[in-house]
Design a protein around this ligand. Structure first.
Ligand SMILES: Nc1ncnc2c1ncn2[C@@H]1O[C@H](COP(=O)(O)OP(=O)(O)OP(=O)(O)O)[C@@H](O)[C@H]1O
Length: 195
């Protein structure tokens, strides 16, 4: 996928751009920068969730998005949270759940899972969609360091096996390094009007 972003504004206030970003299968990029710089906005644009910008987004890649909030179906069991949104066969969903360490939890509801387990369920769902490029927005935030580290290693392994590309939004350069992602630092908002 390729983004040529001339600029993005909210209610006339410029928040992002100009910038260019191209990512393909097998490539990993980490978008770094302080809070409020526009990282999530950039990810939403790449995901096609925000089309209100000046510029062009090109590419026919299959995308999957993992947000900080796991955004699960609360009334569906873990395995259905993987199969229903993706159409992936149940056997494949169970295999993916095993790969993210959720064996034995397949029939639990999201509320019966810890935050770390819910995040891993969202990760399994993302890979069940067989993405060319995985888009992740702060997926390791507010997990204890051990849990976050294990989830990063799981993510790296799934990326290796699937060949998917990655765009990771994070404020933590160590996360980028652990996922072997090329860091891109958002520098600053252009021409923000002084109130
Ligand atoms: N829907 C919106 N309407 C108006 N302004 C918005 C909207 N979404 C984001 N912004 C503003 O755009 C700027 C960039 O926000 P964004 O969430 O992309 O930053 P971020 O780098 O991801 O921050 P954080 O690391 O805190 O999540 C901020 O000034 C934010 O207030």
């Amino acid at each position: 996928m390729r983004l040529d972003l001339a600029g993005k504004s909210f209610a006339g206030r410029p928040v992002l751009g100009p910038l260019r970003l191209a990512v393909e299968r097998g490539q990993r990029v980490a978008v770094l920068g302080p809070s409020g710089i526009g990282k999530s906005t950039l990810l939403r644009i790449l995901a096609g969730l925000d089309r209100d910008f000046d510029g062009r987004l090109e590419g026919r890649d299959r995308l999957a998005v993992v947000f900080q909030e796991p955004t699960l179906l609360p009334w569906r069991r873990a395995v259905a949270n993987v199969t229903l949104p993706t159409g992936c066969p149940e056997a494949e969903a169970r295999a993916l759940l095993a790969q993210v360490g959720l064996s034995g939890h397949e029939d639990k509801f999201p509320r019966q899972l810890s935050l770390g387990q819910q995040r891993r369920l969202a990760l399994a769902r993302a890979f069940a969609a067989r993405p060319d490029i995985l888009l992740m927005d702060e997926p390791f935030a507010s997990l204890d360091p051990g849990t976050a580290g294990r989830m990063m290693d799981l993510t790296a392994g799934l990326l290796d096996r699937s060949g998917a590309g990655l765009v990771l939004v994070t404020h933590d350069a160590a996360e980028a390094a652990r996922l072997r992602a090329v860091p891109i630092r958002l520098a600053g908002s252009p021409a923000v009007p002084v109130p």
